[in-house]
Design a binder for this molecule. Sequence first.
Ligand SMILES: Nc1ncnc2c1ncn2[C@@H]1O[C@H](COP(=O)(O)OP(=O)(O)OP(=O)(O)O)[C@@H](O)[C@H]1O
Ligand SMILES: [Mg+2]
Length: 232
Amino acid sequence: MPVISLASPKGGVGKTTAALLLATELAQKGVGVTVIDADPEHYIERWASLPDKPANLHVFTAATEDTIIDDIERAQEVTPFVIVDLEGSANLLVAYTIMHSDLVIIPMQPSGLDAAGAAKGLKLVKQQEKSARRHIPHAVLFTRTKAAIRTRTFAAIQEQLEKAKVPVFNTQILEREVYRSLFDFGGTLESLDPKDVYKVEDAIGNARNFASEVLAMVKNTASQSKQKVEVA
Ligand SMILES: Nc1ncnc2c1ncn2[C@@H]1O[C@H](COP(=O)(O)OP(=O)(O)OP(=O)(O)O)[C@@H](O)[C@H]1O
Ligand SMILES: [Mg+2]
């Protein structure tokens, strides 16, 4: 029952957008998913009140460090996948969620400022690994990137992450108007009218690749921990 959280102490890096794309694409694949909306802005809760929400996608609103662990456990009883959209800060709620995650996704835009934010996010994961005394799988996700544009800053950040052996998603979430408008229209990328959306197929493909990569990572992690149990 994988718990996937989106964490970065830096605000506005694309956590909520990536959380909704992941949740809707998993639901499209027929996977039951519950989003715990722990972002104080509650954009995903608002999206859930719009039409066309898939029936196998549930949204819980949780906001306190006192309830988050129970909320995660409750969500795990409802659906096989749980996604936690965290606020852009480093507090106890964030720490508890990371500790209970099977995968922590750290979104960042390819800028120096966001790199500093991601470094703090990685540090948070390391701290929770020490507290939990286990490896917490995590990976950086580049967001709002532009097709065919790789700035020098972007290249330098990628190089640094590679040197530090930080796992990075192969898929990048591109900058697309439709990812913003999903929060206004409701539903999924697939439920939007293709006539209203520029290159919707590309947007769907991008989000699907991201969801597939998450599924592969979670599967890989599950088989690794099973192996550890078998060896023990
Ligand atoms: N791939 C994208 N394409 C276009 N716009 C995007 C994309 N990702 C994020 N945005 C926009 O960037 C802004 C910040 O994104 P988002 O709310 O997802 O970030 P966040 O990390 O959840 O922020 P916070 O820390 O405040 O919760 C929003 O206006 C959102 O619509
Ligand atoms: Mg957010």
